[in-house]
Design a protein around this ligand. Structure first.
Ligand code: 5AD
Ligand code: SF4
Length: 440
C-alpha cells in the first residue's frame, strides 16, 4: 500500500561509482522509484533518499563507501527522515555488514534485486530496514517499470547481459554479479524501440562479458543484426568483450553492419603468456594478436581500446616488457590501465605480491606509451572527414560537441545543427582530449 507516497514528489539523489553498467542501473532505479513518487535531484542536501550505487572492482572500494557514509552522517542528523541506501557490487559483497558498521543505513540492495526496490522503499518509509542481496531467477529489468517516453539525450546504455563465468584470477565480477545471464533478445529490441521513441540514436549494449551474449540464436551478432533493423537507431556499440568470445559472425559484422561503429574495447590485461595463464585468461598473446588482425581485416579503420593490469602476482620485468611490446605491436586508440589490487576471495589475492613501487613504476611507463599512441591516433584524424552525432552545446556560443564513429569527442561551430543530428565534419585540429572540426 504505497498510494499516499506517490504524489509527494520526494527527491532522490543517486551517486554512481564504477562502470557504465552502474550508470544504466542507476537510471533504471531512478525510473523505478519514480513510481514511488521520487524525482531525481543533483543536490544531496535536497534529497529524501540517497542511494550510493557502488563498485567493487578495484582497491579499497568498500572503505571508500564507508567514508562516504561517514560524511552523510551529518545530513542524516539534520534530517532524520532522510533514507540512505547502498546498491551495487559493494552492497552485494558486504551485505548486512554495511548496516552493522553504519546503522544509519536503511537499505542495502544487490545488483540482481533492483526490481524489488519499490517494496523496499515502502518498508523503509515505515521505518523498517530493508536488505536484499539475493540472486533471483526473474529478469529484474522486465519487472522494473518500462522506460518513460519523455524526451532524452541521443545516446543510451542498454544492459543485455550480466555476470561472468570466466573467473579471471584477479576479478570479483563472477562473485558480485554472479553467473552469466543474458536477457531475451525480444525484450532488448523492445527496450531499444522505446529508447528510440524517446530520442535516442545511439545505443551501447552493455555486459560484463557482452560478447558471450546468448539471448539470441545468433549470439551477439544476431542481436546486433536485429537492432540494425530498428528504424531511427543509427549507431550500435557494445562493451566489454572477452577475446575468446569474438566469434566469426561478430567479427564479420564489423565489416558488414553499417550501424555497428568501428570501435572495439577488447581487453588483453597482459602481453606475457606466463601471466595470461596465471590470470586464467585462457588465451595466449599470439592468439590475441591474430584475433586483432582478423577483426582489422574485416574493418581496417577500427579503433581499438583495451584494459591492462600491471604488477599481477608473479609479473617480472621481462613479463612487463612483453606487455609493452604487445602494446607497440597492436596499437591502441584508447586504453585503461591499472595496478593490480588484491580483491578478497579471488585466487590471485592469496599469491605473493609485487612491490607497490615496482607496480607504480610499470604503470607510469605503460601509461606513457599508451598516452603516446592515443595522441598519435587522435592527431592522425586531422584532415579526415568523420560523422559526428551531436550530443550537447559547447561552452562557447554557437559551439556543439558530439562523438565521431571512433568515439573521439569532436567540437564544431554550428549554425543549423540540433542535438541528435549526425553531420559530416572535417577534422582540423587535435587538442588534449578532443578534436576540433568544421561542418562540411
Ligand atoms: N586489480 C586491478 N585491475 C583490475 N581490473 C579488474 N580487477 C582488477 C584488479 N583486481 C581491471 C581489469 C578489467 C577492468 C574493468 O578493471 O583490467 O578489465
Ligand atoms: Fe572479470 Fe572480465 Fe575476467 Fe569476467 S572476463 S572475470 S568480468 S575480467
Amino acid at each position: 500500500m504505497s498510494a499516499p507516497n506517490k504524489s509527494n514528489n520526494k527527491k532522490l539523489f543517486i551517486k554512481t561509482y564504477g562502470c557504465q553498467m552502474n550508470v544504466y542501473d542507476s537510471e533504471r532505479m531512478a525510473e523505478s522509484l519514480g513510481g514511488q513518487g521520487y524525482e531525481t535531484t543533483q543536490t544531496p542536501e535536497d534529497a529524501d533518499m540517497i542511494l550510493l550505487n557502488t563498485c567493487h572492482i578495484r582497491e579499497k572500494a568498500a572503505e571508500k563507501i564507508y567514508s562516504e557514509l561517514g560524511r552523510l552522517k551529518g545530513l542524516k542528523a539534520e534530517k532524520p527522515d532522510l533514507k540512505i541506501g547502498v546498491a551495487g557490487c559493494v552492497a552485494q559483497a558486504e551485505g548486512a555488514e554495511i548496516m552493522k558498521r553504519q546503522p544509519m543505513v536503511d537499505l542495502v540492495v544487490g545488483p540482481q534485486s533492483y526490481h524489488r526496490l519499490p517494496a523496499m522503499e515502502e518498508a523503509v518509509t515505515k521505518g523498517e530496514k530493508a536488505l536484499d542481496t539475493d540472486f533471483p531467477e526473474d529478469d529484474k529489468f522486465e519487472t522494473l517499470k518500462s522506460r518513460p517516453k519523455a524526451k532524452r539525450g541521443p545516446t543510451a546504455f542498454l544492459t543485455v547481459q550480466e555476470g561472468c563465468d570466466k573467473f579471471c584470477a584477479f576479478c570479483v565480477v563472477p562473485y558480485t554479479r554472479g553467473a552469466e545471464v543474458s536477457r531475451p533478445s525480444e525484450r532488448i529490441i523492445r527496450e531499444a524501440q522505446e529508447l528510440v521513441e524517446a530520442g535516442v540514436r545511439e545505443i551501447t549494449l552493455l555486459g560484463q562479458n557482452v560478447n558471450a551474449y546468448h539471448g539470441h540464436d545468433g549470439g551477439l551478432a544476431g542481436l546486433i543484426w536485429d537492432l540494425d533493423k530498428v528504424d531511427g537507431l543509427e549507431r550500435i556499440r557494445f562493451t566489454t568483450s572477452h577475446p575468446n568470445d569474438m566469434d566469426d559472425a561478430l567479427i564479420e559484422a564489423h565489416g558488414t553492419c553499417d550501424k555497428l561503429m568501428p570501435y572495439l574495447h577488447l581487453p588483453v590485461q597482459s602481453g606475457s603468456d606466463k601471466i595470461l595463464k596465471a590470470m586464467n585468461r585462457k588465451h595466449t598473446r599470439d592468439e590475441y594478436i591474430k584475433l586483432i588482425e582478423r577483426i582489422r581485416g574485416a574493418r581496417p579503420d577500427l579503433l581499438l581500446s583495451g584494459d591492462f593490469i600491471v604488477g599481477f602476482p608473479g609479473e617480472t620485468e621481462a613479463d612487463f616488457e612483453d606487455t609493452m611490446d604487445l602494446v607497440r605491436t597492436v596499437g591502441y586508440g584508447q586504453a585503461y590501465s591499472f595496478k593490480y589490487s588484491t580483491r578478497p576471495g579471488t585466487p590471485a589475492a592469496e599469491r605473493a605480491q609485487v612491490d607497490e613501487d615496482v607496480k607504480l613504476d610499470r604503470l607510469h611507463r605503460l601509461q606513457a606509451l599508451l598516452g603516446e599512441q592515443q595522441r598519435d591516433i587522435q592527431d592522425s584524424m586531422i584532415g579526415r572527414k568523420v560523422k559526428v552525432l551531436f550530443e550537447k552545446h559547447g561552452r562557447e556560443a554557437g559551439q556543439m560537441i558530439g562523438k565521431s564513429e571512433y568515439l573521439h569527442a569532436v567540437f564544431a561551430e554550428v549554425s543549423d545543427v540540433s542535438i541528435g543530428d549526425i553531420r559530416d565534419v572535417l577534422i582540423v585540429k587535435s587538442e588534449r582530449n578532443s578534436l576540433g572540426g568544421e561542418i562540411c
